[in-house]
Design a protein. Structure first.
Length: 454
């Protein structure tokens, strides 16, 4: 028996004695001889590229190296080791399946390992690549656990010092399939409201719990029903979750090593006030050009000296004398700068062609920005309050003091606050009739209109 096999035989024998004689897991980690032999390395990326759609056995004397990122110490991982190609900012990750309980005693998180690939099998399932032994089902080969008697023939420990691994810090929306089988830290997440009070897992069952961010993006936390923290109650706050990223059916999942991977010490999303009303956001110009219906627009103006988010704000239209909303625009993704404008167009290409610049918001025809002059336009704040209005709901604007057909409605320069009641004295209104105090002077684009000006 050569020296290397003597070392492995001694390690395995020692492990068997420890597992047989010691009931508690609180014992010294056995010493394992490290390896610094020169190898013919293949990168994880190049190894994956060898896969052509079917599980196969690797015949070449190749070695892949990586850094351990998983741990079975708390029982959430079983007979599997996840590793990535670099200590930080990894490009790829992989997993090896093996028959080795308490593998954390031999392969600690952050430890560099070498895996001799000759004789192992490479496969892929649901976008997750893995190496290991093999099993056959109805004649089809799949990657299975590497038998325990040859684990240490294939998996070696580097002599390099363990300096630890750093997770990739991302949000749910930034996750990418290339990150699968790497260590990630998901920022600003919390457990779904209807799961609060539940345990991490149902006893003896793999259980999925839902992590969600403040933008309602979701992913799963995958917990073993045999883990040491199975019966712990899910934390109620928001924070970061660190673990190994996996994927199935195009949905991302996260597996933690222990509850120490969760740092939930912030207020939950619903406790964070990020929607505000304001008297400073108002409708400042509505256009229905006499010479070009494609140049219609609605302009909003922020009269305050600070930027204001429009999260939760909506612009709606009541067509003619309708009392039911005809169309609406969700303004949530926009922010208005101090003393700034938001110009909304139903035909962005024509708008830019006529006025010489692109609108801030491009919407469709028949939207609130596409009125033909006798409709009511209303601004709603995040709490459902009507805060500004042009026209009268339920009244057709034709031949009234809120008709702007073939013209425009321009908010007077001295008006600095919105109003929930229409007051024609706040407006200068041009049209083709001149009824009820309006001005009979059709307006032509672009000369008679002032988008982005006040």
């Amino acid at each position: 028996m050569n020296v290397k096999r003597k070392i492995y035989f001694t390690v395995i024998t020692t492990a068997i004695m420890l597992f047989s004689c010691v009931k508690s897991k609180e014992f010294d980690i056995p010493n394992i001889a490290c390896s610094d032999s020169p190898f013919d390395f293949i990168s994880i990326s190049d190894l994956k590229s060898l896969y052509s759609g079917e599980t196969f056995q690797i015949q070449e004397d190749l070695v892949v190296q990586g850094y351990v990122i998983s741990s079975d110490k708390e029982g959430n991982f079983f007979n599997i080791i996840h590793f990535q190609d670099k200590e930080n900012n990894p490009l790829q990750g992989l997993q090896i399946e093996l028959e080795l309980r308490d593998s954390h005693l031999f392969f600690d998180v952050g430890q560099q390992i070498f895996i001799k690939l000759k004789g192992l099998y490479l496969g892929e399932s649901n976008g997750v690549y893995k190496i290991g032994g093999v099993f056959s089902s109805f004649g089809n080969l799949s990657v299975g656990r590497l038998p325990k008697n040859i684990v240490f023939d294939h998996v070696l420990v580097s002599c390099e010092s363990n300096v630890g691994v750093e997770p990739i810090s991302v949000s749910i929306s930034e996750l990418d399939e290339k990150m699968v089988n790497t260590l990630v830290k998901i920022n600003d997440v919390e457990f779904q409201q209807d799961e609060l009070g539940e345990t991490f897992a149902i006893s003896e069952e793999e259980t999925l719990r839902t992590l969600v961010d403040c933008n309602d993006n979701e992913m799963f936390l995958i917990n073993s029903g045999y883990s040491n923290f199975q019966s712990d109650i899910l934390p109620e706050f928001m924070g970061t979750a660190t673990g190994i990223l996996t994927i199935e059916s195009n949905e991302f999942g996260l597996m933690i090593r222990s509850t120490d991977d969760l740092n939930f010490d912030q207020k939950r999303c619903e406790d964070l006030v990020d929607e505000f009303t304001s008297s400073s956001i108002l409708i400042s110009e509505i256009a229905d050009p006499n010479n070009n219906a494609g140049a219609r627009f609605v302009e909003l103006y922020n009269t305050s000296a600070e930027s204001l988010s429009l999260k939760g704000w909506t612009l709606i239209r009541y067509t003619n004398d309708n009392t039911e909303v005809s169309s609406s625009i969700d303004l949530s993704e926009f922010e208005m700068k101090e003393n700034g404008f938001l110009v909304i167009s139903p035909n962005s290409e024509e708008f830019e062609n006529i006025y010489g610049f692109a609108p801030d918001v491009s919407v469709g025809t028949n939207s609130p920005a596409d009125s033909n002059g006798d409709d009511t336009i209303v601004l709603i704040d995040p709490f459902g309050n009507l805060v500004d209005i042009f026209g009268v709901i339920g009244e057709d604007g034709s031949n009234t003091n809120h008709e702007f057909e073939d013209g425009r409605a321009l908010r007077n320069i001295g008006i600095v606050s919105n109003s929930s009641v229409f007051n024609s004295n706040e407006w200068t209104i041009y049209n083709d009739t001149g009824e009820a105090g309006t001005i009979n002077l059709p307006q032509n684009a672009p000369l008679d209109f002032t988008p982005n000006e006040r």
